[in-house]
Design a protein around this ligand. Structure first.
Ligand SMILES: NC(=O)c1ccc[n+]([C@@H]2O[C@H](COP(=O)([O-])OP(=O)(O)OC[C@H]3O[C@@H](n4cnc5c(N)ncnc54)[C@H](OP(=O)(O)O)[C@@H]3O)[C@@H](O)[C@H]2O)c1
Length: 264
């Protein structure tokens, strides 16, 4: 029987690419978007805003009109809030957490009763390398992704006896629409002017050097196929080395980030 895969944020970037590839490979794919009619896709697209409780509740009811079982939930929807920590208002920060963290958790909770009843399933969540380490200008984004790491680490244990597997994917910078769709914090504190200027150039350079997304798509598809996936899956050039340096030689990691920012 064809496996059914639900992928949130399937209108763009990683979500669109994974959903399209899985659909072409014969999986039964359901994608989601806040504006499902806007993007023409070859798979079923349903309306979902993970930052809206009513939308999540309605989606839970609608989904099982389209499918009989759910094999894999891919929590992919999210956005990037950039901004120096002190220049970001709590309201802006809350909106970041409301989507990336709470939205992901609320949707997972909405679907867990079905998965537990089935006694099988898989939850793959797209975190970020910034959920395992962090950079200046990413305080709230990194916090939202760190929070997902902590949450799903616990859930992985708790769902073990229901035969529901839990895994994370942690991409470095890849070319999607994430920067076009990002939100910049509005606050300005003049003491930060010079540093903010350097950071903007550092970020621009990072975006220009971002890799094409195939490695992330391949990692997600491998996880869909893997019967017993491990938890963390960092993806990107040098990701594992980068993480090891951060873990075992934090000062070296920190100095290299500072040096790279000070180039600008
Ligand atoms: N690209 C990177 O370098 C990178 C690196 C690490 C992690 N990530 C993570 O990868 C995931 C996918 O991002 P992407 O890079 O593919 O960016 P993208 O091209 O901007 O795609 C984001 C997707 O998320 C959906 N979305 C955003 N807010 C939503 C909400 N409130 N409710 C439901 N859907 C929402 C969008 O759908 P609609 O607008 O149609 O609703 C869109 O399909 C995100 O979680 C991001 O944090 C990206």
């Amino acid at each position: 029987m064809k496996q059914t895969i639900l992928i949130t944020g399937a209108s763009s970037g990683f979500g669109l690419l994974v959903a399209t590839k899985l659909h072409q490979s014969g999986y039964n794919v359901i994608g989601t978007s806040r504006n499902p009619q806007k993007t023409k896709v070859p798979f079923t697209m349903l309306a979902l805003d993970i930052a809206d409780d009513n939308s999540i509740n309605a989606f839970g009811k609608e989904l099982f009109k389209h499918i009989a079982q759910l094999d894999v939930l891919i929590n992919n929807a999210g956005f990037y809030l950039s901004g120096l920590a002190e220049e970001t208002s709590i309201e802006e920060g809350k909106r970041q957490l409301e989507t990336n963290f709470w939205g992901t958790i609320k949707l997972t909770n909405e679907l867990l009763p079905y998965l537990r009843k089935q006694k099988f399933g898989k939850i793959i969540t797209i975190g970020s390398i910034m959920g395992l380490l962090n950079f200046p200008s990413g305080a709230y984004y990194g916090a939202s992704k760190h929070a997902l790491e902590g949450y799903f680490k616990a859930l992985r244990f708790e769902l073990h006896e229901f035969n529901i597997k839990v895994a994370m994917v942690e991409p470095m910078a890849f070319q999607t629409n994430v920067i076009n769709n990002s939100v910049a914090a509005q606050g300005r504190i003049s003491d930060y002017n010079a540093y903010r200027g350097k950071l903007e150039k550092f970020a621009k350079d990072l975006v220009e050097k971002a890799a094409e997304p195939t490695p992330v798509i391949n990692t997600i598809i491998k996880l869909v196929e893997d019967k017993n996936p491990t938890f963390n899956h960092p993806v990107g050039k040098g990701a594992s080395l980068f993480l090891a340096i951060q873990h075992f030689a934090y000062k070296t990691f920190e100095n290299s980030i500072i040096k790279n920012i000070n180039k600008f």
